[in-house]
Design a protein around this ligand. Structure first.
Ligand code: ZN
Length: 119
């Protein structure tokens, strides 16, 4: 009988705590995704400066491998760089979605499309 009460109490506590844990986890993932996007913007700005790209540069005219060039501006040892699997050209958000570089005049964005993943 006491064991059943203990199990019931633990179950109730878990039911109360789990939603807030899930919420905290989602918030952390969104924060990481936005941080990654800011680092990508920095890499993009540096690449644009060094390669003399401007907002009127279309990536089509840059030879098509601009994402490879952009990816080379991310430090391989960084948390962001570690999300680039070997040969990948786009970092991966903590939810497993790609983060798109977009063109020079447009901000990078998370494929998840979630408002919480939009800076
Ligand atoms: Zn994301």
């Amino acid at each position: 009988m006491e064991l059943m009460i203990v199990v019931a109490v633990i179950g109730m506590l878990a039911a109360i705590a789990l939603p807030s844990f899930m919420k905290a986890r989602e918030k952390t993932q969104a924060t990481i995704c936005i941080k990654m996007q800011r680092e990508m913007e920095g890499a993009k700005a540096q690449a644009a400066f060094e390669n003399k790209w401007n907002s009127s540069s279309s990536f089509g005219s840059l030879g098509g491998d601009y994402q490879t060039v952009l990816a080379s501006y991310i430090k391989t040892g960084s948390a962001l760089g570690k999300t680039l699997a070997s040969g990948a050209i786009r970092p991966i958000c903590p939810l497993g979605f790609s983060i798109y570089w977009k063109s020079i005049g447009q901000p990078v964005n998370c494929q998840s499309g979630l408002a919480s993943h939009t800076p």
